[in-house]
Design a protein around this ligand. Structure first.
Ligand code: NAP
Length: 308
């Protein structure tokens, strides 16, 4: 018998979809991935998830999401989905050699941090180059660091890193931040944070497996100079995790899955998508959870209408 619902992905969207599907007695199978629970695992305090007036740690919040989904009968497979076939029903979802079939699928694979694609970056990833301040900040106690980007992520990471670093420089390619006013104010008020405007990083330099400095270029004067730093944190946005779905679902120019807002149906009837994999605007845990709920309700309605 095919599964009634397979949920691919386990961030706030996927786990909320699982919770709602489980409470609708659909016994969802969640293929949660080998690095489960999404981007909140890479964050510390979540201050804007309603219901937690004092804030909550990202991983703690996700653990609660999972527990709640499990309580009503969600089942979890800790593995990465390797292939899908949505051209036939029941739909096929493969995990290595394991083949699963389902009457409906909810895609909630989220998005992944963008890289600069400059020399030295990949080689020194995990050895001074990082996309996750929460994961790696601890290793830079007493050091000087750089964060690249001008959005909320860059500012949030920079503020977090001041817990460890003696100095954090935000390098941004323009002369004004995109980050929200409150985050900007916090960064400006933090004595350890300085800004290098109109500047791009062109190369990461290292020795003995550690970052020693950057080659940076002022985009207005074209002047290239060396910038000494012990670490580079990249916070320049995200790309949707949709590699698996190319040729299977309609994607927009940026690779996000196209859904029929406010519904979550994709270009394939019976396949629904929610969370950051469809959302390049809001990208909040609460909006992801909201669309996860919608996807489960849409899937339930779709299944009810199928001939038995
Ligand atoms: P974002 O808002 O898209 O900002 C990306 C930043 O990186 C921009 O400043 C952009 O420059 C810069 N950038 C992009 N590509 C670059 C490149 N190749 N080289 C150099 N710089 C580059 O991404 P985000 O900061 O990750 O935020 C995403 C969403 O999550 C936003 O809606 C944000 O509000 C939200 N968020 C909220 C919080 C919070 O509320 N606590 C925390 C994190 C994120 P330009 O400005 O020139 O485009």
């Amino acid at each position: 018998m095919p599964e009634k619902v397979i949920v691919i992905g386990s961030g706030p969207a996927g786990l909320t979809a699982a919770l709602y599907a489980a409470r609708a007695n659909l016994k969802p199978l969640v293929i949660e991935g080998t690095a489960p629970y999404g981007q909140l695992m890479l964050t510390t305090d979540v201050e804007n998830y309603p219901g937690f007036p004092d804030g909550i740690l990202g991983p703690e919040l996700m653990e609660s999401f999972r527990k709640q989904a499990e309580r009503f009968g969600s089942r979890f497979l800790t593995a990465d989905t390797t292939r899908v076939d949505f051209s036939r029903t029941p739909f096929v979802v493969e995990v290595g050699d394991e083949r699963h079939e389902a009457d409906s699928v909810i895609v909630s694979t989220g998005a992944t941090a963008r890289m600069l694609d400059i020399p030295g970056e990949r080689e020194l990833l995990g050895r001074g180059v990082s996309t996750c301040a929460t994961c790696d900040g601890f290793f830079f106690r007493g050091r000087e660091l750089v964060v690249v980007g001008g959005g909320d992520s860059a500012v949030e990471e920079a503020i977090f890193l001041t817990k460890f670093a003696t100095k954090v420089t935000i390098i941004h390619r323009r002369d004004s931040l995109r980050a929200s006013k409150i985050m900007q104010d916090r960064a400006h008020a933090n004595e350890k944070i300085t800004f290098l405007w109109d500047t791009v990083v062109e190369e990461v330099g290292g020795g003995d497996g550690a970052v020693t400095g950057l080659k940076v270029r002022n985009v207005k004067t074209d002047e290239v100079s060396d910038f000494r730093t012990d670490g580079l944190f990249i916070a320049i946005g995200h790309d949707p995790n949709t590699q698996l779905f190319k040729g299977q679902l309609d994607l927009d120019d940026n690779g996000y899955i196209i859904v029929g807002h406010p519904k979550t149906e994709t270009s394939v009837s019976g396949v629904f998508a929610c969370g950051d994999v469809v959302d390049h605007i809001y990208r909040q845990a609460i909006t992801a959870a909201g669309t996860g709920c919608a996807a489960a309700i849409d899937a339930e309605k779709y299944l009810e209408a199928l001939p038995h």
